[in-house]
Design a protein around this ligand. Structure first.
Ligand code: ATP
Length: 201
């Protein structure tokens, strides 16, 4: 059966922590493709301007273009307003009903899942593949995954990936403070941030 990864994020900007996670899961779970989805507005985060959303999309596109196992989906680019993972997953499934979908995420996401729209249905539709993230408690993740399995029958696989202590927030803060982000993002993304003078305020 075709296995497809869905990797959603604000990607503001996309950094090497995202790329290493996706590469590791793609390889270890044997996924044919990982679809990067630059999310529209997240009901749990602040709204973004259209310009910022376009820039996040462009940086994501640039960061993955040389990896044949990665692709970018514009599914949420076309949606206006808030986007919900369940709706995105259903649209993808309608386009390719034969595939098994894997939802890639870092461990912070696992603790928010019960706040997501129709999360119980989402648990039935996708397999979650979670990687550890520095600064979080590994044991707490195992306990939470077990609880979600027992309570909702969720499919959650925990996978080891290199620990990369980077977040988009730290990238934005570094740029603002004029500290280099070279090698924390790909070269093209680095140049794009500079050219567009992003994150300076
Ligand atoms: P921000 O700092 O703006 O909240 P972020 O770095 O957490 O952003 P997102 O785009 O919100 O990035 O994250 C998308 C996905 O990537 C989430 O599932 C998140 O857990 C995961 N992720 C981001 N950075 C890392 C990292 N360094 N290690 C493991 N997972 C990560």
């Amino acid at each position: 059966m075709k296995k497809i990864g869905i990797f959603g994020g604000s990607f503001n900007p996309i950094h090497i922590g995202h790329l290493i996670l996706a590469q590791e899961v793609q390889h270890k779970a044997g996924l044919q493709k990982v679809l990067f989805i630059r999310t529209a507005d997240n009901p749990l985060k602040e709204k973004d301007s259209e310009e910022t959303k376009a820039e996040r999309y462009e940086m994501t596109r640039m960061a993955i273009e040389d990896n044949e196992n990665f692709a970018i989906s514009d599914i949420e680019v076309r949606s206006t307003g808030y986007s919900y993972t369940i709706d995105t997953v259903k649209k993808l499934m309608a386009a390719d009903p034969e595939a098994q979908y894997y939802f890639l995420c870092g461990e912070d996401i696992i603790f928010q899942l019960e706040r997501w729209k129709d999360f119980e249905e989402l648990f039935r539709l996708v397999i979650f593949v979670v990687t550890y993230r520095p600064g979080y408690d590994f044991e707490k993740l195992r306990v939470e995954a077990q609880r979600l399995k027992q309570m909702y029958g969720a499919n959650i696989e925990i996978l080891q990936a290199p620990l990369i202590e980077i977040s988009s927030t730290t990238i934005r803060e570094r740029v603002k403070q004029n500290i280099s982000v070279r090698y924390l993002v790909t070269e093209k993304v680095h140049d794009y941030i500079k050219d567009k003078r992003l994150y300076l305020e």
